[in-house]
Ligand binder design. Sequence first.
Ligand code: SF4
Ligand code: SF4
Length: 362
Amino acid sequence: MTVPPPLALMMELTHRCPLRCAYCSNPLALEPASQELDTASWRRVLDQAAAMGILQVHFSGGEPTVRSDLEDLVGHAASVGLYTNLITSGVLLDSLRIDALAARGLEHVQLGFQDCDPAGSESISGFRGGFERKIKVAGWLRQRGLALTVNAVMTRHNAVRAGALIDLAAELGARRVEIANVQYYGWGLLNRAALMPTRDQLIEMTAVVEAARQRLTGIMVIDYVIPDYYAKRPKACMGGWARRFVNVTPTGRVLPCHAAETIPDLAFDRVCDRPLAEIWTDNMAFQKYRGIKGMPATCQHCDHREIDWGGCRCQALALAGAADAVDPTCERSPNHDEIQAIAAREAMTGRTDFVYRQRSLG
Ligand code: SF4
Ligand code: SF4
């Protein structure tokens, strides 16, 4: 059977980041800078991605602008015909660096916002001065005509400011804003009880988003992501396991999603040891949950199976104790009621004692 290539390559250039977001989805054990792939290795990954028919590359992290070879890699990606997107907190960018990235062919930037004011931003990211820098960065991006998406990460602490974040994104000239509730992986899972919004907050946020969509039709697109825990059905995690995205970690391990290494019995190849196309097609971890045959039996016979692709295997492991269980955020899971009860209970704890992600620049 021929496996179609993924749409997009996610290059996690580094796990280093000056911020310490309490919701960070990076793994708890961050990969060390000393073992990151070098420039030549990343260039080979880009060559292989283009050759196998991948269309887009997302430069991600950690904070990808920590890497001094980012301009080189963006330029190389553009030269082999890949659409280039930078996912960044923005706090290390200045106008000269943005000029250099634009000159090398960068096409789109996703700029992360923790809140719509300095205090809220600092509280959740453990980083002072970030908000003010992001505002400047958005201005520089707009001046240079780069397409901007604002990624606003929502928790119960800023849920009430969803409308203000949408207005801020519109003022900054974003073409798109993502009002994205935290997905509970990595540090986010560890801090879940201190982050989870209440159901009432979610209802209010949903109404605010709907009203803004009406108001801003034709001006700015609003994507809205609710926490799976309050949903009846899961999202199509990564568009389906090993279906739309391939993720390469800072040290070169190739994954179907950034959290896949939490599943202990899967073995992942390194892009230095085996071609990307071969890993995508043949690696057993990619094959194990790919497509309808890789789903739990309940999903295989469900009329939603090609909409959510059975949800998230990592979430099934984290919440139901087995990666091949039905994702417990689905109402057809035997664990669904328990998950909703956990969310409701944790949302009421009033906890603000974040365990901050470790800061790392070295
Ligand atoms: S700490 Fe924050 S800015 Fe840094 S990688 Fe994690 S979520 Fe992104
Ligand atoms: S049973 Fe599986 S495919 Fe059906 S809605 Fe639930 S998670 Fe999705």
